[in-house]
Design a protein around this ligand. Structure first.
Ligand SMILES: *Cc1c(COP(=O)(O)O)cnc(C)c1O
Length: 382
């Protein structure tokens, strides 16, 4: 793997990191299921491995690819996105302050509210598309983490990562970016100044709706990163080797999947932009989206496959559409090769601040004319 820097990330990930088994010539990395690794006659470890909670060749192959894709100094995989997310916040001292978006992945916000309550951590929720609001929320010396999510669930608000990094660093805080929707295909948060990038690998990185996994990649091997390693080692939320292998297989097609679903999403968003049954289409690739200019600057290879529709006819109208589609599957989650449709307010429950008429679409890699025709026939039923 000496010449890995010769190739673009797209080529590198397609070849699973130019993988080749030295003894057999196999070009696909194996699943290493062993949880323990033997010592030699001198009672030294045979290789770099000791116990499966701390090291495993299969998930380390995935970490190597992720580190390379995000251009970071280190990567760690976890048993779910939420296991990775909570590992970051396990490092926050009690009495400290954290800042996060008002609109973000709702489960992650529920976790923040929980630690704020139980660990005496102050939590400020901001509109992350408003840099002045972020700046005035920061408490220099007390704010440990500024968390942003861009594009953010389910309105696809865009946060200017470079500007947020500057604000965080001025206050002595760490900037973490949930880049699940953006993916490394469109955005490299660490190159824009973020300290840690997070992915629910359950979504685009795996891409086939069949693995739960989470990922953190760091810009520097600093104290917080060491601490995150301690949390994974002690709390044990590491990824299993079968899941790691499936994730690795899914990641080989990451670029073609994300580029294709991004093209489908843009075509579909443009098609429905002025539809009589729709109040508004939310998609950062549309010029009327408030984050469009920043998205153009900080994203490449498309604007992701996530689109939301505000349906005329309120919650009832939206639910009618979500139950009338034939190709779009009414299900939660995102980032798979198949298109999904979801009435977000139902899934988030009564506390949700998401518009009641919002349908979240995860656009897959199907023929876009089929997706458009399916949505047209579902809207005709409202
Ligand atoms: C799904 C998701 C998460 C949580 O990840 P899990 O893999 O479900 O634990 C966090 N952030 C975003 C943006 C997500 O879509």
């Amino acid at each position: 793997m000496s010449n890995e820097d010769e190739f673009s990330p797209k080529s590198f990930v397609a070849s699973a990191g130019l993988y080749m088994d030295k003894t057999s010539g196999a070009i696909v990395p194996p699943v290493q299921t062993s949880t323990t690794f033997a010592r030699n006659k001198a009672y030294e470890l045979t290789g770099d491995f000791s116990y499966g909670r701390d090291q495993n060749p299969t998930y380390e192959q995935v970490e190597m690819l992720l580190q390379r894709l995000e251009k970071g100094a280190g990567a760690r995989v976890f048993s779910s996105g939420m296991a990775a997310f909570s590992a970051v916040f396990e490092t926050v001292n009690s009495g400290a302050h954290i800042v996060a978006p008002k609109i973000m992945y709702h489960g992650a916000q529920d976790w923040l509210r929980r630690i704020a309550r139980r660990r005496n951590i102050e939590l400020t929720l901001i509109d992350q598309s408003d840099l002045r609001a972020i700046k005035s929320a920061m408490q220099p010396g007390k704010t440990e983490i500024l968390w942003i999510e861009t594009p953010a669930n389910p309105t696809w608000d865009i946060c200017d990562i470079a500007a947020a990094a500057e604000i965080a660093h001025e206050a002595g805080a760490c900037l973490c970016v949930d880049s699940t929707v953006a993916t490394p295909v469109t955005t490299q948060p660490l190159l824009l100044g973020a300290d840690i990038v997070f992915h629910s690998a359950t979504k685009y990185l795996n891409g086939h709706s069949d693995v739960l996994a989470g990922v953190l990649v760091t810009r520097e091997l600093d104290e917080r990163w060491q601490e995150i390693g301690e949390v994974r080692h002690l709390a044990g939320g590491v990824l299993g080797s079968f899941e790691a292998w499936l994730l690795l297989r899914g990641m080989r097609t990451l670029f073609v999947r994300v580029e294709h679903s991004g093209k489908n999403a843009l075509t579909l968003a443009q098609h429905f932009e002025h539809h009589p049954k729709i109040d508004k289409v939310l998609y950062p690739g549309l010029e009327n989206h408030p984050g469009h200019a920043i998205a153009r600057r900080q994203m490449k290879n498309g604007f992701s496959g996530m689109v939301s529709l505000l349906i005329k006819g309120g919650a009832e109208g939206a639910k009618k559409v979500a139950t009338t589609t034939k190709l779009f599957v009414p299900a939660t989650s995102l980032g798979g090769v198949e298109s999904l449709i979801e009435h977000r307010a139902t899934v988030e429950g009564p506390k949700s601040i998401v518009p009641k008429n919002l349908l979240r679409l995860s656009i897959g890699i199907e023929a876009v004319e089929d997706l458009i025709a399916d949505m047209e026939q579902a809207l005709a039923a409202v």
